[in-house]
Design a protein around this ligand. Structure first.
Ligand SMILES: O=C(O)CCC(=O)C(=O)O
Ligand SMILES: [Fe+2]
Length: 286
């Protein structure tokens, strides 16, 4: 259960940690569906492999042999029933509704993200932009251990209080920016070339927090909290369940008849619901 203290913490700090948000059995079920799907792909394409190869090794084997089908496998994970059962589970959704103080949530961007030495997908520090609402809660729930040493999520506590901050290159997606950025801050190598004083102050190694999480533990954070990630230092993959839960009363697509959605990047189920990068989120509901 979520008590008042935890809700206050979420609002004050911009994030909370929930141990065992996803149970071992649920994680096992998702891994098992990925495993049988990978077996099906490898068998169909007559790629020889030992049945007791680990899931991660099969993933890399498929990537080596037929890269495009590795990508298609990755895409298919987000429509697997076991993953969706977790994303939509009353256990998680009811917590999010309490945190956001809403009776209904819109759920987007649910997926199982990966990061590895072989495919670096870690992200520079960012706020969660180009989404359907100006206020949402994100779940970051790795299925492996993560920490500062191992590589994982990094947050800047309280950085959400200013709302959307426009500075330097924030009008491009985080995945198009420098994924070594957080290491630069940690090593004091960021040139701090910011006109914005808030940013200058926030992007400091003493302000960064790396939650130490075990499989199934989650960080739930506000969309305007600055966050990013560092590359996974272990062998294999950092599988992470991620989903974005939005407030209905902060979703311009359904509320504002003159809303001009993003035309360049993505849609939700084919509908252009997303807020463009070049719009200031603080002004949409003013
Ligand atoms: O999994 C990660 O590396 C960070 C995820 C994230 O912040 C995002 O997908 O927006
Ligand atoms: Fe993010």
């Amino acid at each position: 259960m979520l008590n008042k203290n935890l809700i206050k913490k979420f609002n004050d700090q911009g994030y909370i940690i929930i141990k065992n948000l996803v149970g071992k059995r649920e994680i096992k079920k998702i891994y098992s569906q990925m495993n049988t799907t990978l077996n099906t792909i490898l068998d169909y394409n007559k790629i020889k492999f030992s049945k007791n190869l680990s899931l991660d090794k099969k993933y890399f084997l498929l990537k080596r042999k037929i890269p495009v089908l590795k990508s298609h496998f990755y895409d298919s994970i987000r429509i697997m029933d076991a993953l969706n059962n977790v994303i939509y589970s009353p256990k998680i959704v009811s917590k999010i509704k309490k945190l956001l103080n809403t009776k209904t949530v819109f759920i987007t961007n649910h997926r199982l993200r990966t990061d590895s030495k072989i495919e670096k997908a870690n992200l520079a520090m960012h706020q969660e932009l180009n989404n359907i609402s100006t206020e949402s809660a994100l779940v970051f729930c790795p299925f492996v251990e993560v920490s500062k040493k191992i590589g994982g999520l990094c947050v800047i506590p309280k950085s959400h209080i200013h709302g959307h901050i426009e500075y330097n290159n924030t009008k491009v997606p985080a995945e198009k920016r420098d994924n070594g950025f957080i290491n630069k801050i940690l090593k004091g190598k960021d040139k701090k070339n910011y006109k914005n004083e808030i940013i200058k102050n926030l992007f400091d190694k003493d302000k960064l927090v790396f939650p130490h999480l075990y499989p199934g533990d989650a960080v739930i954070f506000k969309s305007m909290l600055f966050h990013g990630s560092t590359n996974y230092k272990k062998n294999g993959l950092r599988w992470t369940l991620i989903a974005n839960y939005h407030k209905v009363n902060k979703t311009p697509y359904i509320l504002k008849k003159d809303f001009k959605p993003d035309k360049i990047y993505k849609t939700e189920l084919g509908m252009p619901m997303r807020i463009p990068y070049n719009v200031n989120y603080n002004k949409i509901f003013k």
